[in-house]
Design a protein around this ligand. Structure first.
Ligand code: ATP
Ligand code: MG
Length: 411
């Protein structure tokens, strides 16, 4: 019979991959907790409207990439990202009443109907942070620090931080008008996506990955507009303050005026962290400020800033990590005594296994050396004397000791 295979764009995370995933998850909890952030877990599906309003209906995510389905005449969608869900929960649970800042972090699977390729899946995982309630640039600096320090804790180097300011809705309007003016003569030559973006969200033109469009946007008269300083005085002050913090904290960054980010809700600070060791899918982290989103989704006006990182891309940079071996493997022909000893060890928090098939000692030792750090040999003599022989499977050293003493080897 034909076997059923995993779906295109999805992957099993196998036991042999787990050491890396546990490492990423443990470090996330450790680092984000050290900044005072609390973990939040929101449902994997939400009302479709949440993403249409929260991510924006001019984005690729909402237009092309959502897994949407109907149940009981409701339109539901598998979350393509977690900011909208976290904001919904923030509003619904009245978290604006908590004293600011409210710092939340999350991890989990996201779903986007994209063309699968290296570094791009249809079910993938993100770990991210959202900080609510602070409009000052110090929050932007702290959020960037959280991202950078998490990546450092994972041992990742060769990363570059790219930064831009999208200004506020007022100053951006002026920029959009200028951009449309200068691009207008080339409109018929742009890709269909850009033609649609031109009216709906001209900033996103700069995000286009199509070579022909990129060539057009590289033209001097268009570059002159893109590279111009369009943001208003308040936005410029905010951006300068952030840059001062980052300079003083020795966080290297470069300004990328083409960085506009895929989601509609960003204002002022946007940033991306890229790896020089990934192919074309080289962004490991994307983030930015979204001061209007909480209000747009029906909450109290609350400024916010956050980021999300792609965990599969992080995993591919971390590479292999050694499998977590069981601590003790009990070798014995007396199954009941073996069960008793393994249970005793487990009760003391020591990971332990024993042979379930009652094979020959040599076979049991072979298995032990594959999966465990120590063999605990429980022969007839040892059982009679209430002792156990502890064999270090890396060095082959062994010693016969009391059961109590044996446990000390592992704690
Ligand atoms: P990209 O430009 O690579 O499509 P994006 O702007 O769509 O990224 P965000 O929505 O900001 O990405 O998500 C943050 C991070 O999540 C990305 O930097 C990336 O590491 C990861 N990511 C996004 N989409 C995918 C995907 N389909 N498969 C794997 N990882 C992804
Ligand atoms: Mg994308």
């Amino acid at each position: 019979m034909a076997i059923i295979r995993v779906q295109k764009g999805t992957k099993d995370i196998l036991p042999c991959d787990m050491p890396v995933w546990h490492f990423m998850e443990d470090k996330a909890r450790e680092i984000f907790t050290s900044y005072g952030a609390k973990e939040i877990r929101t449902p994997i599906f939400e009302a479709t409207e949440l993403f249409a309003r929260g991510v924006g209906d001019t984005t690729d995510i909402v237009n092309k990439e959502m897994y949407t389905f109907e149940k009981s005449e409701r339109s539901l969608t598998l979350r393509p990202e977690n900011t909208a869900g976290v904001v919904r929960s923030f509003i619904e649970n009245g978290m604006h009443r908590l004293s600011a800042p409210v710092k939340l972090w999350y991890k989990g699977p996201m779903f986007r109907y994209e063309r699968p390729q290296a570094g791009r899946q249809r079910q993938f995982h993100q770990v991210g942070v959202e900080v609510f309630g602070i409009k000052q640039a110090a929050a932007d600096a702290e959020v960037i620090l959280m991202a950078v320090n998490y990546l450092k804790a994972l041992g990742l180097n060769d990363l570059s931080v790219e930064l831009n300011s999208l200004g506020c809705p007022e100053c951006r309007e002026v920029f959009k008008t200028k951009l449309k003016e200068v691009i207008k003569p080339y409109l018929p030559q742009l890709c269909p996506d850009c033609q649609a973006r031109y009216e709906k969200n001209p900033l996103r033109l700069l995000d286009c990955k199509v070579e022909e469009c990129k060539e057009i946007y590289a033209k001097p008269e268009i570059q002159a507009v893109i590279q111009s300083d369009f943001i208003c005085e308040n936005c410029a002050n905010h951006f300068n303050e952030l840059k001062c913090y980052l300079n003083a904290l020795n966080i290297n960054y470069s300004i990328n005026k083409l960085l506009v980010r895929g989601l509609d809700y960003y204002n002022r600070t946007v940033f991306e962290i890229k790896s020089n060791n990934l192919g074309s899918q080289n962004a490991v982290c994307g983030g930015g400020r979204y001061d209007s989103l909480v209000k747009n989704l029906g909450g109290e006006d609350t400024p916010a800033i956050g980021f999300a990182m792609g965990m599969e891309r992080l995993a591919s940079l971390i590479g292999q990590k050694e499998d977590e071996r069981t601590t003790a493997f009990v070798v014995s022909n007396n199954t009941l005594e073996a069960i008793r000893l393994t249970e005793e060890l487990r009760a003391d928090g020591i990971s332990a296994e024993f042979d379930l098939t009652n094979k020959k000692f040599v076979k049991q030792l072979e298995k032990a050396s594959k999966v465990a750090k120590f063999a605990l040999i429980l022969g007839e003599d040892e059982i009679a004397a209430g002792k156990v022989t502890v064999k270090n499977l890396d060095t082959s050293e062994q010693k016969t000791v009391s059961r109590e003493e044996a446990k000390k080897f592992f704690t």
